[in-house]
Design a protein around this ligand. Structure first.
Ligand code: EPU
Length: 420
């Protein structure tokens, strides 16, 4: 087991620059998309994080192969050996469900474990299933597994009852190989969805967007290989911008798409921080001496992302006054609260709201996080807590952040990974 030891300092000022990695949540569907063709799919700007490894292992288990070199990965799936994503895999990484659409579309069969709940909420996949059924897949839920079968999928009109990121992605992939036209309405608008559509089009799919929430997919018989550079990780970017605001630092975050972090930047500015573009693909963040409190509700893109809620909460513990964060996407995404309270924060959860009373000095302690973004929040808190903060169970952090300790260390933080 590894842990991070952070020697914090309430007066810490980070400086220099940090380069962001490719987006975990864009590369996971891109890897799943390699199941749609027998030709090579080559991805670059791929972050070296655990979830990416898990997804590549899954594609290999299904019969594919991959070659990883630096930030590039080439995947090939000439045929499949298995059509099953096991419960162990799906439990380790919920995004495994992304193989469902491609498998049933190309091979006519898929068996994928039902994800069940996870640390951030109940997370059903009913909308993925209902959409595939509309495309003509026959689906049975048996013994904790989704069993899907189809001859060739057929295009259909589908309106998502609720916006779902991986649900939209699964259906885009399935519809790409369906016979005829599919229209998906109320699609998730996250940049990762658009990035997948771009890759699919490079592979020969015919997807266009009559409006930002409606995808029209004209199905094709076969898809081919493609090369694609994954978009930068907007959540990693947001996490580093919060680090700048929190530490009264002044540094550049490079390799980013500023438009993708607009809602986070707006909130950081409202809290007093300065965030300014530096050229086309960098942002400079400078923290303010006093942080202003905020009322924030998470919402689907382009709203404030649920994946930034925990990190923003850390900043608000340092605000001069009371802030409220309302989590509207997931029903249990406050697991970081109790740990932040252990570090000295004053936060009370009332249903889907967290009331954060600032400003409270933080003091280092051993803390444990049960999900990815919660772990990132604890690392941020550790930067400005006095004394030593030890973040355990960092396998959650490693699922989605590439070398976070090196990147923060490069900005002047004292943070070390040790084996326990
Ligand atoms: N939902 C349903 N039925 C469904 C699917 C979703 O009711 O069939 C509900 C969910 O319960 C939730 C809401 O719809 O209340 C939105 O969930 P969504 O399906 O959009 O989430 P996801 O696709 O499972 C992705 C990201 C998450 C991110 C959410 C929200 C990937 C691989 N994961 O999950 O990322 O929090 O969108 O933006 O893209 C993370 O990176 O830490 C992470 C959890």
């Amino acid at each position: 087991m590894e842990k991070l030891v952070i020697r914090g300092n309430p007066g810490l000022r980070l400086g220099g620059e940090a380069r962001m990695s490719g987006a975990k949540n864009a590369v996971l569907p891109a890897i799943a998309a390699s199941l749609l063709t027998s030709e090579e799919v080559r991805l670059t700007n791929v972050p070296r994080v655990k979830d990416v490894e898990t997804m590549m292992t899954l594609v290999d288990d299904l019969g594919g192969s991959h070659l990883a070199e630096g930030d590039a990965v080439s995947l090939r799936v000439p045929r499949i050996r298995s059509d099953e994503a096991s419960y162990d895999l799906v439990r380790a990484m919920r995004a495994s469900v992304l193989v469902l659409g491609p498998l049933v579309a190309r091979f006519g069969k898929a068996v994928v474990a039902l994800p069940g709940g996870c640390a951030i909420g109940s997370r059903p996949v009913n909308l993925h299933i209902a959409g595939l059924q509309k495309l003509g897949a026959r689906i049975a839920l048996e013994h904790g597994y989704i069993r899907a079968e189809a001859d060739r999928l057929r295009g259909a009109e589908i309106e998502f009852e609720k916006k779902t990121v991986t649900g939209t992605e699964n259906l885009l992939m399935a519809a790409a190989l369906a016979k005829g036209e599919t229209v998906l309405r109320n699609c998730a608008r996250e940049p990762e969805v658009a990035d997948l559509a771009e890759l699919l089009n490079k592979m020969g799919a015919r997807i266009d967007w009559p409006d930002p929430e409606t995808a029209r997919i004209r199905g094709v018989r076969e898809l081919g290989g493609a090369a694609h550079a994954i978009i930068p990780d907007r959540i990693e970017t947001g996490t580093f911008l919060v680090a700048g605001a929190l530490t009264a630092g002044d540094f550049a975050v490079r390799g980013v798409v500023p438009e993708h972090v607009e809602s986070v930047v707006a909130r950081l500015r409202a809290s007093g921080a300065s965030v300014e573009p530096e050229g086309a693909d960098a942002l400079r963040v400078a923290g303010a001496a006093e942080v202003r409190p905020q009322d924030i509700a998470t919402s689907p893109y382009p709203g404030f992302p649920t994946d930034m809620q925990a990190q923003m909460m850390v900043l608000l513990t340092q605000a001069a006054g009371t802030s409220i964060i309302t989590e509207t996407i997931f029903d249990r995404r406050f697991s970081h609260v109790n740990e932040l309270v252990r570090l000295g924060a004053s936060i009370e959860v009332q249903g889907d709201r967290a009331v954060i009373k600032g400003r409270t000095p933080l003091s280092g302690a051993e803390v444990v996080a049960t999900d990815l973004r919660a772990s990132a929040a604890l690392v941020l808190a550790g930067l400005v807590a006095s004394g030593e903060t030890v973040v355990t169970e960092i396998e959650h952090l490693d699922r989605g952040y590439e070398r976070i300790e090196e990147k923060l260390g490069g900005l002047g933080a004292s943070i070390e990974r040790i084996r326990s």
